[in-house]
Design a protein around this ligand. Structure first.
Ligand SMILES: C[S@@+](CC[C@H](N)C(=O)[O-])C[C@H]1O[C@@H](n2cnc3c(N)ncnc32)[C@H](O)[C@@H]1O
Length: 238
């Protein structure tokens, strides 16, 4: 599962998110007590800071971050891209319901091979999705590639907790309560067992920052959110 690689991981992740697409938003609200909305707003604000032009949200799911990007005054149009048609359809309905069809385009596509020319966007975001990528570095390098010089990249992601008080407090929630809510609300315990395991296997915030710098981003920084369970990274393309 969480330790899968390559095509096997891609298939596993696609199957999992197809199964839970219908309950995805409700589960996010329950698991974060609604805080994911505030974090996404902050991610969009950090991505758009000081830029001007189109934005892309990679692995956009039901489109929250694409919508937040489109609400920023610095952004003239937002693209939300996701591997799964189920997610794109749900995001499309949300965009329509918010009256934002003129400023947000949702589309299917693979984060590892974005269908855009170099430097197409003023900024790029990814929320809670890098963990699910068969190749994290390739996904990040694609985001950096499609952003123009001086443009910004912002990544919102869960962060591993291996020791200390934070781990003692949150591991029982992540590994016990989240799968239980997943079973009761989404009818899919195994999808929500995968979630905490995928976090355990993911890069810690310091290593993710190093990877972003290695890919050619300057002024890389990060902020911990949600009592340290989440990290928000950013950087500027040189
Ligand atoms: C945990 S959800 C995050 C959705 C959204 N960004 C959010 O913050 O709510 C992960 C999303 O990544 C998408 N995904 C997984 N692998 C992908 C890939 N290779 N390319 C594009 N999207 C992918 C899944 O379909 C799913 O919608």
């Amino acid at each position: 599962m969480a330790e899968l690689q390559g095509a096997e991981k891609r298939r596993y992740v696609a199957d999992l998110f197809s199964r839970i697409a219908g309950r995805y938003d409700l589960m996010n609200d329950l698991m974060t007590l609604g805080l994911h909305r505030r974090w996404k707003r902050r991610t969009a604000a950090l991505a758009a800071q000081g830029v001007n032009g189109p934005a892309i949200d990679v692995s956009s799911g039901t489109g929250d971050l694409a919508l937040e990007l489109a609400r920023r005054p610095e952004v003239d149009h937002a693209v939300g891209l996701d591997l799964l048609q189920e997610m794109v359809s749900r995001a499309g309905s949300k965009v329509k319901a918010r009256g934002m069809s003129g400023s947000v385009t949702m589309m299917t596509g693979d984060a590892l091979s974005l269908p855009f020319a170099d430097g197409s966007f003023a900024c790029a975001t990814a929320g809670f999705s890098l963990r699910n990528m068969p190749d994290v570095e390739q996904a990040l390098s694609e985001m950096v590639r499609v952003v123009r010089r001086g443009g910004r990249v912002a990544i919102l992601e869960l962060s591993p907790m291996t020791q200390g008080l934070r781990s003692a407090l949150f591991r029982p929630v992540f590994h016990g309560l989240v799968p239980l809510i997943g079973r009761l609300v989404a009818g899919d315990r195994s999808a929500y067992c995968y979630l905490p395991r995928s976090v355990d296997h993911f890069l810690d915030a310091g290593r993710l920052a190093e990877m972003l710098s290695g890919l050619g981003l300057a002024d890389v920084g990060y902020q911990r959110l949600g009592f340290g369970t989440v990290a928000l990274h950013w950087g500027v393309k040189e």
